[in-house]
Design a protein around this ligand. Structure first.
Ligand SMILES: C[S@@+](CC[C@H](N)C(=O)[O-])C[C@H]1O[C@@H](n2cnc3c(N)ncnc32)[C@H](O)[C@@H]1O
Length: 219
């Protein structure tokens, strides 16, 4: 059953991305920093499975599928508009047999229900957590849908600690217009999540704190 919260999230994201999706990849390239580092470090095992939470236009899934030709990729998003763009980009590149897409809400995602599989060797979330109000639920669902020995990789806006205060003020005010709310407590939230699941956290501010990059590993 689709929850009222998921219907509202779909409506909100479709409103933001209905037209934006056509220029998304071109315009986000210069400010969604750290995405390529995340993809470089995914390194799934041979024949492994990789899931992107909030996959948007499919840009990351396509790049990752090219980097790791032995892995299979899965992506979901709450916005059917973004998924339409992702599906046509994946078809154009002849990757439909390697990348599966579905519509789901990160806060309630269940791998078995959505993709008919128990979990993934790698799960990643790129610049989506800051757009998901129930972010703790989304992080929990991400780690719970990881296979044993798997890892969760996250990149998102950071606290801008080593950049001028005016830069943070202007950037965050601009991001709010698109329902993006950078998470000041990301490091402590992820630390608590890792502890609860007996996992380890590696956390690094990137580009003077512009972005935050984290990897949680479950042994
Ligand atoms: C800024 S875009 C990032 C897209 C992509 N991950 C990237 O790095 O380019 C955020 C994406 O998160 C999706 N999103 C927002 N809330 C979501 C939710 N509750 N569940 C799943 N996806 C969600 C949006 O629809 C959007 O496609």
């Amino acid at each position: 059953m689709i929850q009222a919260a998921e219907i509202a999230a779909t409506r909100d994201m479709n409103r933001i991305y209905r037209y934006q999706r056509h220029i998304y990849d071109l315009t986000r390239r210069c400010f969604l920093l750290g995405r390529d580092r995340l993809l470089d470090e995914l390194a799934p095992p041979k024949g492994g499975s990789v899931l992107e939470v909030g996959c948007g236009t499919g840009r990351n899934l396509i790049q990752a599928a090219r980097r790791y030709p032995d892995a299979t990729f899965y992506g979901f998003d709450v916005s059917d508009q973004m998924l339409a763009t992702a599906a046509s980009a994946i078809t154009r590149r002849g990757l439909t047999s390697r990348i599966r897409l579905a519509q789901a809400d990160a806060a309630t995602f269940d791998a078995e229900r959505t993709f008919g599989r128990p979990g993934f060797d790698r799960v990643f979330i790129s610049y989506a957590l800051s757009m998901i109000p129930p972010r703790r639920e989304a992080m929990t669902r991400a780690i719970e849908n990881m296979a044993a020995g798997g890892s969760l990789h996250i990149v998102d806006f950071g606290r801008q600690d080593d950049l001028p205060v005016w830069f943070r003020t202007v950037l965050f005010a601009w991001l709010r217009q698109f329902s993006v709310h950078p998470i000041d407590t990301l490091r402590t939230d992820l630390h608590a999540l890792a502890e609860r699941h007996g996992a380890t956290l590696r956390f690094a501010p990137l580009y003077r704190g512009y972005a935050s990059y984290a990897v949680i590993e479950k042994s």
